[in-house]
Design a protein around this ligand. Sequence first.
Ligand code: NAP
Length: 253
Amino acid sequence: MAEREKTGTMIVTGGSRGIGAAVIAGAARAGYRICFSYGADVAGAERVVADAEGAGAEITTVKADMGSEDGVMALFAACDTAYGAPDVLINNAGITGKLTRVADMEAGEITRVMNINVLGYFLAAREAIRRMSTQRGGRGGSIVNVSSRAAVLGGPGEFVHYGASKGATDTMTLGMSKEVGAEGIRVNAVRPGLIETDIHALAGAPDRVDRLMSGVPMGRAGSAEEVARTILWLAGPDSSYVSGALLDVSGGR
Ligand code: NAP
């Protein structure tokens, strides 16, 4: 219990599988109380809850679309009711959108990617800052945005819209870290490279990791757990003087 008091409450967007689920598993072991959202994968969310409870964690989940203001508000309302103000926000829910060249992009698909990856991150950060800011009576906190190496590589031939959404994630991380640094809130980002999760198959390219692996200097893809360990370090007190960092977790890619 002493450890749980030390770590506090963590909100994770998009926790039903992949990197979000790995963050929750690590957070549960570290003693956080956890509140997470998911969009559709009920069975995945139930597995994540059962595993976290098995590790002794208190956990709450909400089926809510992180691409909409109502969905983000529902997530924070559920956390308020269950545990009160959060100490940590992990902005993680994201999609690549359909793999396509820019010349073939559809407006609706670009909008879907931007709503979830950019608007959703901003709205969740807004709600977290309102609750964490020492200028508003909060006790401070830590926000970690899950960006991507695509912010730098650009995603040509596949998902320039996704790359641009992650460029926005990097810029919002820098801006927010400066804006709320004096309010007790640290803001950082991780930029994963090629990570073994379902995101590639969902984009219609199940062979994507195998196809691109040879271009990774370390010669292999990363795991969700390897990204989660870096996120948890940025979230917690061991990184107490780190803010505004964009940390690559990419095997050198
Ligand atoms: P994933 O396995 O597809 O998991 C994505 C998670 O986000 C799922 O829990 C999904 O839940 C949730 N989600 C998606 N849209 C949502 C919405 N509208 N509302 C609420 N939840 C939503 O993907 P991942 O690889 O773990 O990706 C996590 C983050 O890492 C993303 O921001 C991604 O851009 C970033 N990233 C991944 C890689 C990689 O190679 N895997 C590389 C760089 C960056 P539901 O299915 O239940 O909706």
